[in-house]
Design a protein around this ligand. Structure first.
Ligand SMILES: Cc1ncc(COP(=O)(O)O)c(C=O)c1O
Length: 372
């Protein structure tokens, strides 16, 4: 699905030198390299603060802790997402309230959020799924009128620009009270290991996020609140700082690959190409088709038999996962989400794809789909 090796070879000289420099410095945890990366990423992102941490899952958990969410509180979130978004709420004994996604964007549908608000609701957690932005303008309006926090799960959306109706443009992940991202290797800004970060414009929240990620320490060996241990190491920060300079070019390459697929599948019966909402850039973390009247799982197998990787993100929605039985998961009726889990299939997309590879992928998809 990705080709991190070819991508690495293009920046190998710089990356190798940066890694060796960390090894020579022996400053493996924290320090100048991590701080420099955090500053550079905050500037790119247009956020006042960037607080690096160990992974995107931790970022979401620490965000909920820093906002003071308590057991019994509720957060409104899509069920059509990677499990991390909702698992961290459950871990903190916060109740995830699953709502539908927009069938075109695959992101939380603002029209259903208000109906899900109760006196226990404390936050909305939109997910910028596959790299398309949720409608942050509508979400921020709802949050403001009900006094709710917004935590953006931007693990798949880093680098996206959201345009508000007055023309203001902001990066996804910089709009809510806290934005969270992941540097998992396949992400648009991927490390060579694990990593994550939180973003905020609020000084107090930034201090709290920083403290919680560091065992609740206000100063060394003085622990004011219960926290955790979540650090981005200096080797990953050094690598990410180099890759950050290439992030926009990686995104442009992904969009170009998506354009190629779009053109190839545009007129194919039984295939719906990804919708691109005019209010954002869609950074194509995934290129996800919807198929109809086609055995999706057989297509997935056919592609594998022909050495074409494909993935189903995600075969089971969160509300139907066993882990949410105790949270009344089986009581939800989310037909759009359920139908998407039956119909989506993601094709390889990354900065290194060439047209010959894409042509082969397209030919195999069409060979199968055109049988129906
Ligand atoms: C939407 C979403 N949220 C959260 C995460 C969690 O990130 P990580 O794997 O770095 O913990 C991921 C990535 O895996 C993701 O895709």
């Amino acid at each position: 699905m990705v080709d991190t090796k070819t991508q690495y070879h293009k920046i190998k000289t710089e990356v190798d030198a940066a890694v060796i420099s960390v090894l020579e410095s022996s400053a493996f945890i924290g320090g100048k390299v991590v701080n420099a990366f955090a500053d550079n990423l905050a500037a790119y992102h247009g956020s006042k603060h960037c607080i690096p941490c160990a992974n995107g899952t931790d970022a979401l958990q620490i965000a909920m802790m820093a906002l003071g969410l308590q057991p019994g509180d509720e957060v409104i979130t899509p069920s059509f997402t990677y499990i991390a978004t909702v698992e961290v709420a459950a871990l903190l004994h916060i109740k995830p309230i699953f709502v539908e996604v927009d069938p075109k964007t695959f992101c939380i549908d603002p029209a259903v959020i208000e109906k899900a608000i109760t006196p226990e609701t404390k936050a909305i957690v939109p997910v910028h799924l596959y790299g398309q932005a949720a409608n942050m303008e509508a979400i921020m309006k709802i949050a403001a009128s009900h006094n709710l926090f917004v935590i953006e799960d931007n693990a798949q959306g880093i680098g996206n620009d959201f345009t508000f109706s007055d023309g203001t443009i902001k990066k996804t992940g910089s709009i809510g009270h806290i934005g969270c991202t992941s540097f998992y290797p396949s992400k648009n800004l991927g490390a060579y290991g694990d990593g994550g970060a939180m973003f905020t414009n609020d000084d107090e929240l930034a201090a709290s996020l920083r403290m919680i990620a560091s065992h609740g320490q206000s100063k060394r060996y003085y622990h004011d609140v219960v926290g955790c241990n979540s650090r981005l190491d200096a080797i990953q920060a050094a690598i990410l700082d180099i890759k950050l300079k290439h992030l926009d070019e990686y995104i442009t390459a992904r969009i170009k690959a998506a354009d190629f697929y779009d053109k190839a599948f545009a007129d194919t019966k039984n295939i719906t190409i990804p919708f691109r909402d005019a209010n954002n850039k869609h950074v194509f973390h995934q290129y996800t088709l919807q198929v109809e009247n086609v055995d999706r799982d057989a297509l997935h197998q056919f592609l594998a038999d022909n050495n074409v990787p494909s993935m189903i993100y995600y075969p089971v929605p969160a509300h139907k996962q066993k882990m949410f039985d105790a949270f009344g998961g089986s009581e939800y009726y989310l037909p759009i989400t359920d139908s998407l889990t039956q119909r989506v299939i993601s094709l390889p997309i990354h900065s290194e794809l060439d047209e010959e590879q894409q042509g082969f992928i397209v030919s195999k998809v069409l060979e199968f789909v055109n049988k129906f």
